[in-house]
Write a protein that binds this ligand. Structure first.
Ligand code: UT7
Length: 352
């Protein structure tokens, strides 16, 4: 029997420390004007000492579990989408599983910025075929640990954070109604970390050349993104039996405001139906869509019955899109009023 998988819980966590464009003006040859006009980014959150993929993921997951009204032991599956796992192995999902007191299978999934939608689509299969009742899906990145802070072409773009959702089996039509995932691995060097895997282990020479950090051919990725996002979203919509005009809110991957605008235009989605928070977080890769979803709910832009369209692209190259019919009540969490607002630490040296 096929079942629906509804989003019943959601949560996010970003580090306190913020790096603004003005901070980058002091670090590399760049300007607030360049970063803002080319990307839409104003600031991004950066992990401090002791903050890792698992600590951010666990914090986001706890919120999502509370929202869903379940505990870790109720989970049947945990998937963590990340390219910034705490360790090459074991998986960050293992660490999350233990911290939450869950007793279920847990694994990491690597599809770069498309990772969260890849993971949500995978979790949906476990729910739809009846083998899992509640699945936890997390997108988390600590990209600051793999950024070259002497490379202005990449370091200004990315930020750290985590977003999580609980997907729960439901008989009520809704939840994940359609999705698509895609891959074109012809040119991995468009966006990659060349060193540290089995192709090229870390050597002193590689470290001297700073090849353990993210490298990107930005304008090629830009062209790919503007080409793929519209058709990918349309494919997921078609699988849900819908058109772009029927989306109540479009939540695209937050990589570049110009890419978001191009995709929205291609799909004919008016600006008031497009969710954008890139100015606050930069590109948080696999965490970007679940963080955006959390903020959209918080801002009252998501309501029961709303159809949400989500689309992402990233290293690989990969892409993914999903259509969700929202079914959960959207009131505040029990503990929400007691929480302190996010405080902003004084900018400190990166990686310190
Ligand atoms: O989730 C997937 C992750 N990746 C992406 O989404 C990236 C997609 N690509 C992009 O968003 C854009 O290509 C960038 C924002 C990375 C770059 O914007 P662009 O309009 O494509 O600029 P460009 O790469 O063509 O560079 C234009 C100029 C270059 O100088 P010259 O060669 O024209 O003299 C760069 O060196 O801008 C220069 N530049 C900068 N200048 C000031 C590159 N980075 C910076 C910077 N500050 N931070």
């Amino acid at each position: 029997m096929s079942r629906y998988s509804a989003i019943t819980g959601w949560g996010m966590c970003v580090p306190e420390k913020v790096l603004t464009n003005a901070d980058f003006e002091r670090m590399v040859e760049t300007s607030d004007e360049w970063i803002t006009s080319r990307t839409g980014i104003k600031e991004r959150h950066i992990a401090g000492p002791g903050e890792t993929a698992s600590t951010l993921a666990i914090a986001a997951a706890r919120q999502a579990l509370e929202r869903a009204g379940i505990e870790g032991k109720d989970l049947g599956l945990i998937i963590v989408a990340t390219v910034c796992a705490d360790y090459p192995f074991p998986s960050t999902a293992n660490l999350v599983q233990h911290a939450l007191g869950a007793q279920c299978g847990a694994f990491d999934m690597q599809a770069a910025c498309s990772g969260f939608l890849y993971a949500a689509s995978t979790a949906h299969q476990f729910i739809a075929n009846g083998s899992v009742k509640h699945a936890l899906v997390i997108g988390v990145e600590v990209l600051s640990r793999v950024m070259d802070y002497t490379d202005r072409a990449t370091c200004v773009l990315f930020g750290d954070g985590a977003g999580a959702v609980v997907l729960s089996a439901s008989e009520e039509p809704g939840g994940l109604l359609g999705f698509t995932i895609g891959s074109d691995g012809a040119r991995p060097e468009l966006l990659w970390i060349p060193v540290g895997g089995s192709a090229e282990p870390i050597t002193h020479e590689a470290l001297e050349q700073r090849r353990q950090y993210v490298q990107m051919q930005g304008s090629d990725v830009f062209k790919f993104a503007t080409r793929i996002m519209g058709p990918a979203m349309e494919e997921a919509l078609a699988r849900a039996g819908m058109t772009a005009a029927e989306m109540d809110l479009f939540i695209p991957h937050q990589a570049n405001l110009r890419i978001i605008e191009a995709a929205s235009k291609r799909l004919g989605v008016p600006p008031e139906k497009v969710f954008v928070n890139i100015e606050k977080y930069g590109n948080t890769s696999a965490a970007a869509i679940p963080i955006a979803l959390c903020e959209a709910v918080e801002q009252g832009r998501v309501f029961p019955g709303a159809h949400l369209g989500m689309v992402a692209f990233g290293a690989g190259l990969t892409w993914a899109a999903a259509v969700v019919k929202w079914t959960a009540p959207v009131g505040p969490r029990a503990t929400e009023r007691e929480e302190a607002p996010v405080t902003r630490a004084e900018p400190a040296g990166v990686g310190s």
